[in-house]
Structure formats: C-alpha cells, structure tokens
Design a protein around this ligand. Structure first.
Ligand SMILES: Cc1cc2nc3c(=O)[nH]c(=O)nc-3n(C[C@H](O)[C@H](O)[C@H](O)COP(=O)(O)O)c2cc1C
Length: 354
C-alpha cells in the first residue's frame, strides 16, 4: 500500500496516485490515457482540437481499454478576431518556410478549433467523464454549472495566485499551478501588466496560500524528485506532460521524440510563432526566427496556417519547423513506455517521501 503525504487530490478524483498525465493536444492518445488511469493515476485526453463527435470517438476508444477515472481537457480562449493586416504580415513571414520545406499551398487563416461551447458541453455530458479540465480560464458560467450539476469535477490551470482565486470563485474544484517551465502553452488568462510567467517553485506555495482546495503542481516535473518537491511546496498532486512525450503511446512525430531524447532541458524557449500564444518548445530554426517578432494574429488562428508546415518538416525528418513542445524537464526524458514512466515516477517519489 502506497502512502502519499497529502491525499486530498486522490480523494477528490478517486485515484490511487496523485499524478495526472497532462492533456497534450497532438500528443496524448487513448492508449497513453488508459495505461495511466489503469496504473492508478489520472489519464487526460486533450480534446481542444476535436469536434464533439471526435470527442465521443476518443472517449469510446479509451473506455475499451480502461473504465477508470478519465479527464477531458478543453481550451477557453477568447474567440479570435481576424485582422487582415496582421494575417497578411504573418503569411508573408511564413511564405519562405513553405517554399523551403515544399509544404504546398499556404492555407487560409481561419478558426479551425473552438473554445469550449454548448455543443462540446453536450458531448461531454454524454461521455460523462469523472473530470473536465480547462486551459486559459473557464467557459461561460452556465456551462460550468451544467458540468457540475452532472457531478463532474472541474480543474483549470492558473499561472498566478490571482488566476487561482478567480478560478476557485467560479467553481473550480482543484487548481493546476502551471509554472514557466511547463511544456506547451502557458495557460495565463488574466492581464500580466508586462510581468513574465512565474516558475513552478515560486508559484505553487503562493497558489497553495491563496486557495482552499487541492493544488496540482505542473511545469518542469519529470521525475520523483520533482514530485517530492511539489509536495514539500504544499501541492496535493502533480500534472506531468513532457515526461510522457517520447513514449511509444505518444502521438508526436519521430523527429519530435528524437529531439526530446537528445534535449538537455537547457534548450527550450517560448515561441509565439506556431499558434499566436507563448508555448514552450525545444529551440529550432523556426522558434529562433520568430523570437522578437512583435505581433501575431490572435490565438489560435496561426495553427491553421502553420499546421501543414510543421507536418512537412516532420515528414522530411527535419526538426527545423516542427513545434517541438517540451518543458524544461526535457533533459530527464528517456526512452520508456507510458507504464514505465508512470511506475518510475511513483517509485522514485515514494523512495524520497518515505
Ligand atoms: C506537447 C504538449 C501539449 C500540451 N497541450 C495541452 C493541452 O492541450 N491542454 C492543456 O491544458 N495543457 C496542455 N499542455 C500543458 C500541460 O497540461 C502541462 O501544463 C505541462 O505539460 C506541464 O509541464 P511539463 O511538460 O514540464 O511536465 C501541453 C503540454 C505539452 C508538452
């Protein structure tokens, strides 16, 4: 029997180990989620880029492999406004990349995935997961109420103590304190007044002090030492993404997996150039070229345009223009299966916490 120093998250989510496999759009798969949930953690399906019907499909696929607790994750960004001048400037910047990588015609800049809405909510209620988590805030309060009335537990990411309080006041049951080190998109949603994102080490205790609910530490945690540190900071659990990215169950490209295994963790940066928002990636030619560009179209419009470019780069086995999402814990990532990653995390953390 494994003992954790704080069981509030396990009790809330009805799981054995307070470890959430992070939802990772384009990376997490039903296989990864089922293995994690069956091993006693919480598997998360990233649904932000899926239609309501696809959400139901991936949930059904996951449920064939696991009937344990399941998290469905969505984005709550403001709907983008297409500004022709900014769109043209972005496309001009991308044109040489399309030519070099032979990526075909440049697609139109349109909204291809949508923030959480009533249609998606209908699908979620039909799928009836234990947990729904959000990135970039929360949806309309009526939708939060519908989920909560169905007994679904709500998680959301905060990147400051102010965001954590905002989320809890609006019904969030446990807050994911996501630090600067995290791979993928930083989830900020309240104005920052020019301040940079806060690191996990400083953020977690501040969020723990600010809210009266379980806090989940995320960002830069890739082994048992990070988990033990999160508990020392007052967290009740962790959400881990990068450590699962190079597994056979991950859907990212082979070149992405190779880049992760080779990464030191000192070689990541925030890049706005793939989607229009800050997202941590392993440094490559594209992220370097986009560094310092002052203005991008509203998130997530760029995704529609950079999608074929990233795919062409990955297909050619060239990391140059792939969104190599990774957190600063990338240097700790090896070649293991999801089950091995999960079991190692539990074993290492337990050895320290005992
Ligand atoms: C490839 C990738 C994709 C991600 N996509 C999502 C997503 O769709 N939704 C979300 O809430 N968080 C997403 N994240 C952020 C994670 O939820 C989490 O905050 C992060 O992975 C934690 O940091 P770590 O990568 O250092 O473990 C993503 C992270 C990565 C690495």
């Amino acid at each position: 029997m494994v003992h954790w120093p704080d069981t509030r998250l396990c009790d809330l989510l009805d799981i054995e180990h307070p470890i959430i496999q992070a939802p990772m759009a384009g990376a997490s798969t039903p296989e990864m989620v089922a293995v994690t949930s069956n091993a006693g953690g919480l598997g998360s399906l990233a649904c932000a880029m899926l239609t309501p019907n696809r959400v139901l499909d991936v949930v059904a696929k996951t449920r064939v492999m696991s009937n344990r607790a399941l998290n469905l994750n969505f984005f709550c960004h403001a709907s983008p406004v297409i500004d022709k001048k900014r769109a043209d400037a972005a496309i001009d910047r991308l044109r040489p990349w399309f030519e070099t990588l032979n990526a075909g015609p440049i697609p139109e800049m349109t909204e291809i995935h949508f923030p959480f809405n009533a249609q998606i909510c209908d699908a979620v209620l039909e799928a009836s997961p234990k947990v729904v988590s959000f990135h970039f805030g929360l949806p309309d309060s009526a939708l939060v109420t519908r989920l909560k009335d169905a007994g679904i537990i709500i998680l959301s990411s905060a990147t400051s103590s102010a965001e954590a309080k905002w989320l809890v006041e609006r019904g969030t049951d446990a807050v994911i304190a996501q630090g600067y080190e995290a791979g993928g998109h930083n989830g900020w949603f309240l104005p920052r007044n020019g301040a940079e994102a806060t690191g996990t080490m400083a953020l977690v205790p501040r969020v723990v002090d600010a809210v009266d609910c379980p806090v989940i530490a995320a960002g830069g945690i890739a082994d048992g030492r990070g988990i033990a540190a999160a508990f020392a900071l007052g967290a009740s659990g962790v959400q881990i993404g990068t450590a699962f990215l190079a597994t056979p169950e991950s859907a990212v490209s082979d070149i992405h997996k190779q880049s992760l295994i080779a990464a030191t963790g000192d070689d990541t940066q925030y890049c706005h150039g793939f989607s229009g928002r800050a997202a941590r990636t392993i440094v490559n030619d594209f992220s370097r070229a986009m560094d310092g560009v002052p203005d991008f179209p509203d998130f997530p419009l760029l995704n529609a345009v950079t999608g074929p470019l990233r795919a062409a780069s990955a297909k050619a086995g060239r990391p140059d223009a792939v969104s190599l999402w990774a957190g600063q814990g990338a240097g700790l990532v090896g070649q293991s299966t999801t089950r091995e990653v999960f079991e190692n995390l539990v074993r290492q953390a337990q050895a320290i916490l005992a």
